[in-house]
Design a protein around this ligand. Sequence first.
Ligand SMILES: NC(=O)c1ccc[n+]([C@@H]2O[C@H](COP(=O)([O-])OP(=O)(O)OC[C@H]3O[C@@H](n4cnc5c(N)ncnc54)[C@H](O)[C@@H]3O)[C@@H](O)[C@H]2O)c1
Length: 382
Amino acid sequence: MTDLKVAIVGCGNISRSHASAYAAAPVELVGVADIVPEKAVELAEKYSSTPFDSLTSLLAATSPDLVSVTTPPGSHAALAIEILAAGKSVLLEKPPVLSLAELDAVAEAEQASAGSVYVVFQHRHGSGGLRAASLLSTGALGRPQVAVCETLWFRPVSYFDPEWRGTWVGEGGGPTLGHGIHQIDLLLHLLGPWKSLTATAVRLDRPVEFEDVSMASVIFESGAVATVINSLLSPRELSRIRIDTTGGSLEVNHLYGYSDTDWSFTPAPDAARAAANGLDPGARRTEDVAVGTDPWADSAGGDVPSNHAAQLGRLVADLLAGRTHETTLASTRPTMEFVTALYASALTGAAVHRAELTPSHPFYSALHGNVPQPEIDQSLKF
Ligand SMILES: NC(=O)c1ccc[n+]([C@@H]2O[C@H](COP(=O)([O-])OP(=O)(O)OC[C@H]3O[C@@H](n4cnc5c(N)ncnc54)[C@H](O)[C@@H]3O)[C@@H](O)[C@H]2O)c1
């Protein structure tokens, strides 16, 4: 007997991570849907569920409390709005939507619904990310000053074979939106509100309508600064965030998911140690972190890797306990604002302030800003 009924719409690659995370949680998978019926049948058989050929038929026949949306990004907003209209909650795969306009439309549907919207950003939910967020928010690791955020991945030309990939309509954007968004979301989650950015995007090699590499320089409201790079052309793949604070350097190096061992914290040298190493003893502001303590090491506990099981397990536990799950649609708005600003800055050559991103901004309704494709092609070439 379980208390929570869940369903999945979109039975492709990532649906298996949802189905297997739900299989390990106290929920009942009441249905799975795909517009390609055989895909729904295959997933339903593997996880003892019922197949449907559309979300509409699934909602007509079952009454799930929560529906995972694991379809291509271009379909997320419409499916989320249909689920909310039925009074059910939604778990949207990343990227949650393709524009701030879509995000606000889904948020409006959420306001009118008994359901809520959550987003998959699994790297907020591993134990390392939870420790980092908690220790940075209390100041225990010092004050963040400089950060580096790298998503250096490799996607061959064949990756873009499916019709929906490589297009603004289907995929919505390049590595900024589809890949780097994981690291960008974690960086923003850890460092707090960003203020402005300037960016560059180029298309060097892949057969896509958008960029295959992008870079941004970001200023945060706290005064901290960061560089962000997103690439699909990097054969030795790496995902990395490094945050240098007044107390030390916090770093996570991983690829598609981290464990505790992928994190490190290197405390800044205290005055005595710095002097012994021939360094400027004033290099460390000892008032920021108590000398001789290592708050990172002290916070170690059970290792939870940052995968779908981590987030979906927490989401189910939160819903069953009546708690708010923190990765709400609203909490991911700064991430979509960042992605929007990166495209706006790269395609216009101007710095973008987060406060500008209102409905009247030219990039609010589409990440390409409705710039004609030949002009986009020209800007991405340099
Ligand atoms: N969180 C992560 O680490 C992660 C990893 C990979 C993919 N994703 C995201 O998951 C989503 C799906 O990616 P994927 O790689 O599984 O894609 P996929 O192409 O393998 O699967 C998508 C499935 O959705 C079905 N579909 C399309 N439109 C539909 C509709 N309107 N109703 C029902 N079914 C529909 C397709 O037939 C297909 O089976 C994307 O948003 C992607 O960015 C997230």
